[in-house]
Design a protein around this ligand. Structure first.
Ligand SMILES: Cc1ncc(COP(=O)(O)O)c(C=O)c1O
Length: 390
């Protein structure tokens, strides 16, 4: 669907392709392979000489609808769906990098992304330098003649640090490297990194795109060349593909994406303001707050602050665990991007495997609590948190 439509329209309409039965709701094509009229047609489809579906590792109508809808929302030329967010990052790296090449990566990315670059891709001769998400000069300093990929996540999780996408994209461009932005926390409903000069957008569709914590999925978006020749080529061969069932679930989730993102951001801002005024809370990290050090940049890049609010409870780990354990409604679980609010203690869960010094350097204190705000009423969230703060 062309760009003249607004995000809300694209969210419910883009990518829809009706079958011969003219169904109104998008169909789920649960099939591994597709039948050909004859051998010549099979041969033409296999070589790519003729359009048409072949085999669901790399072509399926429900997955195509998911890809086309997300591409329309991100304003991207091409989208390739993957089995999870991590396989989207892996597929991007395998497509863009070879032994001897170098990556510059924000040090405030998802933990498994750090492990992928520092311990897995390093075994294949790809070196990574980790730099501050907010200090553009560190990105510039880290550049080598072999640098091929810049990778960042903005806002970061759990501290909501904001990377200046346009400024880092300019450094990447000068260095001849591609900039990939993990847009999981904002989704295209709040932020469209390609408009700020990013080359690729990465998604864990497991989070807000589904929105209801049901299935895993991922995607890579950008210009046709790197996405279709590079990422699609890797996916077709190596097979970390999105299942049609998951694509269908996420496709239907995306119909309410914009509404959810705006409503969850509104609740998150209310909750962040309440926490900021709470005597037992030392500090609140939320880009939508005027007190956030990069509030102005966040508001230039994002339509709203997003759903992740982190706060430091006075009294360290004991006080933080008391807040978590005193909740009766909020779910104690590591996932985010769900309409049900979740709560975690980053220092002992998502960041538990890194050293205490690295944690401290990253600002993940023992008193830090992360809340991924859902759609419940803010007064009910406050009551659930107040029990442990009181
Ligand atoms: C920002 C971010 N990127 C990537 C991922 C990985 O996604 P998945 O769990 O779908 O592999 C996550 C998962 O939590 C995430 O939060």
């Amino acid at each position: 669907m062309a760009k003249q439509f607004e995000q809300s329209t694209l969210g419910v309409r883009a990518g829809t392709a009706r079958s011969e039965f003219n169904e109104h709701s998008e169909a789920l094509f649960l099939t591994s392979s597709f039948v050909f009229d004859n051998a010549a047609q099979a041969a033409a489809r296999f070589t790519g000489g003729a359009q048409g579906f072949v085999y669901s590792r790399f072509s399926n109508p429900t997955v195509s609808m998911f890809q086309d809808r997300l591409a329309a929302l991100e304003g991207a030329e091409a989208c390739v769906a993957t089995a999870s967010g991590m396989s989207a990052i892996l597929a991007t790296s395998m497509a863009l990098l070879k032994a001897g090449e170098h990556v510059v990566c924000s040090n405030a990315v998802f933990g498994a992304t750090v492990t992928l670059y520092s311990t897995i891709l390093s075994r294949f001769g790809v070196e990574t330098t980790f730099v501050s998400p907010t200090k553009v000069e560190e990105w510039q300093r880290a550049v080598r003649p072999t640098t091929k990929l810049f990778f960042l996540e903005t806002p970061s999780n759990p501290l909501g640090e904001i990377s200046d996408i346009a400024a880092i994209a300019a450094v990447a461009k000068k260095a001849g490297a591609a900039l990939a932005v993990d847009n999981v926390l904002c989704t295209p409903a709040l932020q469209r990194p390609l408009e700020f000069g990013a080359d690729l957008v990465i998604h864990s569709a497991t989070k807000h795109l589904d929105g209801q914590g049901r299935v895993l999925g991922g995607a890579v978006l950008g210009a046709k060349g790197p996405v279709m020749d590079g990422v699609f080529g890797f996916l077709r061969t190596a097979g970390p593909s999105l299942s049609p069932f998951n694509a269908w679930v996420i496709l239907k989730g995306m119909e309410t994406l914009e509404l959810r993102m705006l409503a969850q951001s509104e609740r998150a801002l209310d909750l962040a303001r309440w926490l900021e005024a709470h005597p037992k809370v030392a500090r609140v990290h939320y880009p939508g707050l005027a007190s956030h050090p990069q509030h102005a940049l966040a508001m230039r890049q994002q339509r709203a602050g997003g759903a992740i609010v982190s706060f430091e409870v006075k009294g360290g780990r004991e006080a933080a665990w008391k807040v978590i354990d005193s909740t009766r409604m909020i779910s104690i679980t590591g996932n985010l991007g769900d309409v049900k609010t979740t709560i975690t203690h980053p220092a002992t869960t998502t960041h538990g495997r890194i050293s205490a010094e690295a944690r401290a350097a990253a600002g993940i204190t023992e008193g830090l609590v992360r809340v991924a705000v859902g759609l419940e009423a803010v007064v009910d969230l406050q009551a659930d948190l107040e029990r442990g703060l009181a």
